[in-house]
Design a protein around this ligand. Structure first.
Ligand SMILES: *Cc1c(COP(=O)(O)O)cnc(C)c1O
Length: 376
C-alpha cells in the first residue's frame, strides 16, 4: 500500500487546461479570471463582495486590519485552530485572547466568549472546526450586545451550512475568510479570500490587498493617477491561480459529498469501539468535513495509535496543538498549561484520519483495519 496522506488536493486534466490557457494569454497576474473567481465565490456563498488574495493567512490579515483592530484592543478566538487565526490579531497590533472549546464539537464555546469579553474586546474570530460551523447565532448575539466585529475563519468550512445558509454568506458575521491551500476543499496552490456584505469593508479590503492604493479619487481626468491611503501589502492572487480556483469551484459540491461519504464510512466502521470517540455533527448544520478527528482514551493510547498508524504508512495528523501553548504565545502573553482545560484535554487525545475525495475504498478499509489493530 502506498503511503496515505491525511489530506490531498484533487486536480484533473480540465483544471490543468484552464491554468495553461491563462499562462498562454497576456494576463498572467491581474487579469479577468480574478473578478470572475470572486463573483463565482459570491454566487456560491451568497455574500455580496469577495476579495481574493494570495493565501488564507493574507485574507485573515487584511480582514483584521479592515475591522479596525489596533494596539490596545483584544480579539477572541479558539485555542484549537491553526496559528494563523490568532496571528492575524497580532499582525494588527492587538492582543489575542482565547475562549475554550465545547467538548463535543471542539468549536469555540459562546459561554466562554462571554467570560472573556471586556472593554478592550473589539472582535471575535470563530473557527468552524473540522468543517462543522460553530454556534454562529449565539456568537452574533454576544457580538451585538458588546459591539464586536465578527470575522469567521472559515478555512475549514467551504461548502458547509449553518441553519440553511452557506458558510461565507456572512449572514451572521461581518467578514468570512477561506483558504485555498491544497489540503482545503478547493485549491489555487496558495490562495484565499475575504467575503463580506459591507461595502465599507470591501473598499478597505481592496486597498489593503494592493499597497493601500486606490484609483477611485476625485481626479478623473489624469488616467495615470492613483492614491495610497492606507498601508497595505502585495497580497494579490494571480490570474492563473483564479483560473484553477474557478475550475475547482465547479466541483466543490462533489468534493464535499465525497468527504461526507468517507465520514459516514468511518462513522459506521468505527462505531462501538471502546475507547474511541467519533466526531459529532449537529442537526442544525451541515459539516463540510475538512478533517475527521477522533479521540482516544488518553495521551498514552494516542501516542501508541499515532505511531502505529504512521508505521503502517498512514499519514495520521494531530489538529491542533492549542495555540496558547505555543512557545511564542507562552513567552509573550504568559499563557500556560491549564488555561484552557477543554482544549488541552482534547489535544492530548486526538488524531486526524485521512479524508479527501480521491481516497479509495481499498485505502479506507486499510485505515479502518489499522485503527482496529492499533486499539486491540
Ligand atoms: C489553512 C488555514 C489557515 C491559513 O490558510 P493558508 O492559506 O495556509 O494561509 C487559517 N486558519 C485555518 C483554521 C486554517 O485551517
Amino acid at each position: 500500500m502506498k503511503r496515505i496522506p491525511y489530506g490531498l488536493h484533487c486536480l484533473d486534466e480540465n483544471d490543468i487546461r484552464e491554468v495553461v490557457k491563462v499562462l498562454k494569454s497576456n494576463w498572467i497576474t491581474q487579469g479577468p479570471k480574478i473578478p470572475r473567481f470572486e463573483k463565482a465565490l459570491c454566487e456560491y456563498t451568497g455574500a455580496k463582495y469577495a476579495v481574493a488574495v494570495s493565501s488564507g493567512t493574507a485574507a485573515l490579515h487584511i480582514a483584521a486590519l479592515a475591522s479596525g483592530l489596533k494596539h490596545g484592543d483584544e480579539a477572541i478566538t479558539s485555542p484549537i485552530t491553526f496559528v494563523a487565526s490568532a496571528n492575524c490579531i497580532l499582525y494588527a497590533g492587538a492582543k489575542p485572547v482565547f475562549a475554550d472549546v465545547q467538548e463535543d464539537t471542539i468549536n469555540i464555546n459562546p459561554e466562554e466568549i462571554k467570560k472573556k469579553v471586556n472593554r478592550k474586546t473589539k472582535a471575535v474570530i470563530p473557527v468552524h472546526f473540522a468543517g462543522q460551523p460553530c454556534n454562529l447565532g449565539e456568537v452574533r448575539d454576544i457580538a451585538k450586545k458588546h459591539g464586536l466585529i465578527i470575522i469567521e475563519d472559515a478555512s475549514h468550512a467551504l461548502g458547509a451550512e449553518y441553519r440553511g445558509s452557506k458558510i461565507g454568506s456572512c449572514e451572521y458575521s461581518d467578514m468570512a475568510t477561506f483558504s485555498f491551500h491544497p489540503v482545503k476543499h478547493i485549491t489555487t496552490g496558495e490562495g484565499g479570500v475575504v467575503l463580506t456584505n459591507r461595502e465599507d469593508l470591501y473598499k478597505k479590503l481592496l486597498m489593503l490587498r494592493n499597497h493601500g492604493i486606490t484609483k477611485e479619487t476625485g481626479n478623473k481626468k489624469d488616467a495615470w493617477y492613483y492614491e495610497q491611503r492606507l498601508l497595505g501589502f502585495n497580497y494579490r492572487i494571480t490570474d492563473f491561480q483564479c483560473a484553477l480556483g474557478l475550475s475547482q469551484l465547479r466541483k466543490l459540491d462533489r468534493f464535499v459529498e465525497a468527504r461526507r461519504k468517507i465520514a459516514e464510512f468511518y462513522n459506521e466502521s468505527l462505531s462501538g469501539i471502546r475507547g474511541l470517540a467519533l466526531p459529532c455533527e449537529y442537526s442544525e448544520v451541515k459539516s463540510s468535513w475538512h478533517i475527521y478527528c477522533v479521540q482516544l482514551e488518553d495521551s498514552v493510547v494516542r501516542k501508541r495509535v499515532f505511531d502505529y498508524l504512521r508505521k503502517k504508512g498512514i499519514g495520521i495528523q494531530v489538529h491542533y496543538i492549542p495555540v496558547h501553548l505555543q512557545p511564542y504565545y507562552r513567552k509573550n502573553f504568559g499563557y500556560k498549561a491549564g488555561d484552557y482545560p477543554k482544549a488541552e484535554r482534547y489535544y492530548k487525545r486526538t488524531i486526524t484520519l485521512p479524508i479527501y475525495p480521491r481516497l479509495k475504498s481499498l485505502e479506507l478499509n486499510y485505515v479502518v483495519k489499522a485503527v482496529k489493530e492499533a486499539l486491540r
